[in-house]
Design a protein around this ligand. Structure first.
Ligand code: DOR
Ligand code: ZN
Length: 397
């Protein structure tokens, strides 16, 4: 099957081009720029070839699909909050074709058997490409290291997200193991700046590497900037909600911060000190939120939130693509996240200027816990394509 997407602006981390592209066998086989007459002719010819299906994307932007390094799919054990299918369908609606799901499930993802069974089940759904994060410590208790060696055939990502590892000796041992066995550690730091400062010191001492999840404070960014300037192997992410609002009294870890923090985080993204945006999509039931569970269900509106804030603050779509597609692809070692011939055709059609109001009622996710219900946003995912296959299409009401 061949698919031609025409009449679009193609935007990725490094370029913006008018034209379209051809998809063959799930890959981008040809990029056609139409600012010159040769390109227009080639496009015309392809568009009228018999065995090529054509999508006219007039007025829309074609981007690499998004990759989320941090979400909670709640399987197994909390399927009343979310499950592999509802979470991945919500993700596709949000423009994500690749996800990393955190390990704070019941039982905790700390064994090879569980990882294998989640991945097998997910493959059977044929929705997103799933990376299942393994726990750093057994049961996320922060006391004893989990079975890294056993889990390594199934994942290269480890995190105790939701919990902080307070025992410095355990953290040191994890950093050492990651260095020897070549895997990534994603750090949940609470209290944020204190733990980040401690862990940067450990990275320096051990010549290791760490990724800091959901940073929210200017002070944290300053520490990370200084560490990177020293050449330390550090990366970090920020969530859509910590960019979209400040000072909100809504339970989420980390908390909403101040206006100055938000401005600093945006500058950090633009300048490249913050590597990526990751959702921390954290679906909860209404009852669990009432009882104080932290988190925001956001994956299907994450792009709209980020695009809105970026437009308001003068950050461009190349930067958005860098932090939502290119950087997470690179982190995961994937040869994707760009619009380039030969790469898997994981692509989105988006309308960067479509204005709408977030409505949690319309969420596919089981988690309706989002404080921005009713908020005006700009930018909507119109179509999500994974390896050349249409996985989601937004039908205008
Ligand atoms: O708000 C949060 N919710 N922060 C976390 O770190 C964990 C997450 C969850 O699992 O609900
Ligand atoms: Zn976390």
């Amino acid at each position: 099957m061949k698919l031609l997407i025409k009449n679009v602006k193609m935007v990725d981390a490094f370029s913006s081009k008018d034209g379209g592209l051809l998809i063959e066998n799930g890959r981008i086989s040809r990029i056609i720029e139409t600012h010159k007459s040769e390109g227009q002719e080639a496009m015309q010819q392809l568009a009228t070839t018999d065995d090529i299906e054509v999508i006219d994307g007039k007025g829309l932007t074609l981007m690499p699909a998004f990759i989320d390094l941090h979400c909670h799919l709640r399987y197994p054990g909390f399927e009343y909050k979310e499950d592999l299918e509802s979470g991945q369908r919500a993700a596709l609606k949000g423009g994500y074709t690749t996800l990393a799901a955190m390990a704070n499930t019941k039982p905790v993802c700390d064994s090879p058997e569980l990882l294998n069974s989640i991945l097998t089940r997910s493959r059977g759904l044929n929705l997103c490409d799933l990376h299942q994060v393994g726990a750093i410590t057994k049961g996320l208790e922060g006391k004893a290291l989990a079975d890294f060696k056993g889990m390594l055939p199934y994942t290269r990502l480890f995190s105790d997200d939701g919990n902080t590892i307070f025992d410095e000796a355990i953290m040191k041992a994890a950093i050492e193991a990651a260095k020897v066995m070549d895997f990534k550690i994603l750090v949940h730091a609470q209290p944020e700046t204190e733990i980040i400062a401690r862990d940067i010191k450990l990275v320096e001492e051990l010549k290791g590497s760490l990724h800091f999840c959901h940073i929210s404070k200017e002070a944290s960014l300053d520490l990370i900037k200084a560490a990177k300037a020293k050449g330390l192997n550090i990366s970090c992410e920020v969530t859509p909600h910590h960019l979209f609002a400040y000072g909100l009294d809504y339970k989420v870890n980390p908390s909403f911060r101040g206006e100055g923090d938000v401005k600093a985080l945006l500058k950090g993204l633009e300048e490249g000190h913050i590597d990526m945006v990751a959702t921390d999509h954290a679906p909860h039931s209404h009852e669990d939120k009432e009882k104080g569970s932290p988190g925001i269900s956001s994956i299907e509106v994450a792009f709209s939130m980020v695009n809105t804030v970026f437009q308001e603050n003068g950050l461009n779509t190349n930067t958005l693509s860098r932090v939502m597609s290119y950087a997470p692809a690179k982190f995961l070692g994937l040869n994707s996240g760009l619009i380039k011939e030969g790469l898997e055709a994981n692509l989105l059609l988006v309308n960067l200027d479509e204005a709408y109001k977030i409505s949690t009622e319309d969420f596919i996710s089981k988690g309706k816990n989002n404080p921005f219900d009713g908020a005006a946003v700009k930018g909507r995912v119109k179509m999500t394509i994974k390896r050349g296959q249409m996985m989601f299409q937004h039908i205008n009401q």
